[in-house]
Design a protein around this ligand. Structure first.
Ligand SMILES: [Zn+2]
Ligand SMILES: [Zn+2]
Length: 254
């Protein structure tokens, strides 16, 4: 299993792209602006999209993906998420107002997209790869994912603030090799981090204390323009085995 980082920023501008991970050629985890850098053949090859939550920076390219290559495909794109997330997409995005309802178009019998309810904690196996959803703690219902390949597992938090279940699952994952965790803001924005249910470096340090694993830790979802400041604060809190910044284009083999 190969995981390529398409977007790892909390926003846009210059080289920044919002959250998306490409698993092999056919699976996306989140559909942030990084998806827009894929070629048409790469876009056509996507059969599954797993969503962490409904926020726009994580779903924004899904409508364009379907509009651009949906009609060229023989099968619908399967969109996996918990029911609350799918419900938000149905009511507020693919509602015939903001964008066509491609779960019923061009015909209800053969739509461009199908919604697949993945209960929190549920797992999907796809040709030797498994994706398991893990509850996290954000302002809307949200999950992280544990992606397992032949050579180990990678965990991705999506957007979260302080949480216990995520770290429990990771600590019980014997073959865990990489953890991608968000840190959106600087310590001076701790109050904002709590209100918006994200993490700042001091909160991250507390969270990583819950991880019983030697897996490598990578930081994502940094606020554009503050990346170096946030990483410097992280290094101050965690001087040993300091997490690295997740980079767009980075590839993990698992
Ligand atoms: Zn969010
Ligand atoms: Zn986000």
């Amino acid at each position: 299993m190969k995981i390529r980082i398409l977007g790892a920023s909390g926003g846009i501008g210059a080289q920044a792209r919002t959250t998306s991970l490409l698993v092999d050629r056919d699976i996306l985890i989140d559909a942030g602006t990084g998806v827009g850098d894929l070629t048409l053949p790469e876009l056509r090859a996507i059969d599954h999209v797993f969503l962490t939550h409904s926020h726009l920076d994580h779903v924004t390219m899904l409508p364009f993906l379907l509009d651009t290559v949906g009609a060229d495909r023989e099968r619908p794109v399967m969109v996996h998420a918990q029911e609350a997330t799918l419900d938000t997409l149905r009511r507020h995005l693919f509602n015939g107002q903001l964008w066509p309802d491609f779960s019923r178009l061009p015909t209800p019998e053969a739509p461009l997209m199908t919604f697949q309810t993945l209960p929190v904690g549920g797992e999907v196996a796809l040709n030797g790869r498994t994706l398991r959803s893990i509850p996290v703690n954000h302002v809307v219902p949200a999950v992280g994912y544990l992606a397992r390949g032949a050579k180990g597992s990678l965990a991705f938090s999506g957007d979260t603030t302080v949480t216990d279940e995520f770290w429990k699952v990771l600590s019980a994952t014997g073959d865990l090799r990489h953890v991608i965790i968000e840190t959106s803001f600087m310590d001076e924005d701790e109050e904002l981090s709590r209100i918006s249910k994200h993490l700042c470096p001091s909160m991250l340090a507390g969270e990583l204390g819950k991880l019983k694993s030697a897996a490598k830790v990578h930081i994502t979802h940094l606020m554009p323009g503050r990346e170096d400041d946030i990483m410097r604060e992280i290094a101050r809190h965690i001087p040993n085995n300091t997490p690295r910044r997740l980079e767009r284009g980075q590839v993990f083999e698992l």
